[in-house]
Ligand binder design. Sequence first.
Ligand SMILES: Cc1cc2nc3c(=O)[nH]c(=O)nc-3n(C[C@H](O)[C@H](O)[C@H](O)COP(=O)(O)O)c2cc1C
Length: 233
Amino acid sequence: MTSTTDIAKAYESVVKGRRSIRGYKPDHVPKELIAEVLAMAMRAPSSLNTQPWNFTVVSGAALDAIRQGNTERNLAGVPSSREFKASESYEGAHRERQIGVAKQLFAAMDIARDDKVKRKEWVLRGFRQFDAPVSIIVTYDKVLKGNDIAPFDCGAVINALVNAAWSRGLGCVVNSQGIMQSPVVREHARIPDDQLIMMCIAMGWPDEDFPANAVVTERKSIEEAVTFIGFDD
Ligand SMILES: Cc1cc2nc3c(=O)[nH]c(=O)nc-3n(C[C@H](O)[C@H](O)[C@H](O)COP(=O)(O)O)c2cc1C
């Protein structure tokens, strides 16, 4: 029987070891393994067990067509047409954290602040979903559009997904760049009209030699994030 200590250690190793993966080996990821990971992820809680999420797993020629369409539109300056609201730009502490992760990634990739060519190549890499062999597009039932709970539930399943994948040796990066050009994704991933595109997740076997994969991002402290009430009095 597995002891509670073993379970705690295994859980901690997944949660603390996981990081976003932005460089992949080209190796095939078996469909059965992806289904296993998704089945684990779908143990995530959802409001009233509504499970509004659906997944379209894209690979091969269809994913290449999405990469190409995303790249062409980005180079042509086509504005984002993502299907959920996002802040145009962050300010204050949020902006600082955004800059913080960019600095860590650029330092790892040896991209200088004023190197416009390398920076653009990095952005395009994101639009190509980091050349991952698999992209999982998360959608939810359009009938729930405007309901804040549905994206919340999708966030829960996505967190469960990246951790379940990590427990099987697979790397992921949640990637909003990949779904910014919604018509491209809709066409090549054949997303049904009754689905709203929430997010995509690039997935594959991590390339251990890719420097950005070693980046461990910072977290705000417990003191900064948590307020305990009724404990010390
Ligand atoms: C909703 C969401 C969208 C994201 N979009 C991108 C993206 O477009 N490009 C990217 O490189 N990383 C993206 N990320 C990854 C975050 O930058 C990353 O999760 C964060 O910096 C924390 O690092 P970690 O995942 O390594 O712990 C996204 C993450 C989330 C949750």
